[in-house]
Design a protein around this ligand. Structure first.
Ligand code: IDP
Ligand code: MG
Length: 139
């Protein structure tokens, strides 16, 4: 489907370290079209809402602190098979397990500070992009 979408964030440490441009270049070179983009800073509360599915995990509080520690860049991306192809491009959650050439292998610092987010399903891609973007911000 030509209008398959996924949602991504360039996470706070990647923005702080000046890796946003290089990561965006990899995303575009992999064939994703940017359909919406926004730099914003999540409050701890909003980070908690975004990651509510992980509320019972031991890393949840740290994750919310980290994700609200600085600005992120939110991205709505279009490509055939967007969700699966993007998960391949970013690599495993733990950068030590990520394949060579993936964004996380290249730019992540740890399993928590792993440079980028990628949706895990079409349904979550819609929920997550609607969390950040209104109708008039999506192209
Ligand atoms: P994903 O981002 O690869 O989909 P999830 O399991 O959905 O991974 O976890 C969401 C985020 O929570 C991860 O990207 C990472 O920042 C953080 N996280 C996941 N597992 C751990 C962990 O074991 N320790 C610390 N942080 C974690
Ligand atoms: Mg996930």
């Amino acid at each position: 489907m030509a209008n398959d979408i996924t949602f991504s964030m360039i996470k706070p440490e990647a923005v702080k370290e000046g890796n946003a441009g290089a990561i965006l270049k990899m995303i575009e070179e992999a064939g994703f079209k940017v359909s919406a983009m926004k730099m914003t800073k999540l409050s701890k509360f909003r980070a908690g809402q975004f990651y509510a599915v992980h509320a019972d995990r031991p890393f949840y509080t740290d994750l919310c602190d980290y994700m609200s520690s600085g600005p992120i860049i939110a991205l709505r991306l279009k490509k055939d098979n967007a969700v699966n192809d993007f998960r391949k491009l970013i690599g495993a959650t733990d950068p030590q397990k990520a394949e060579e050439g993936t964004i996380r292998k290249l730019y992540a610092r740890s399993i928590q500070e792993n440079a980028v987010h990628g949706s895990d399903s079409d349904a979550n891609a819609k929920i997550e992009s609607d969390f950040f973007f209104s109708g008039i911000e999506k192209y």
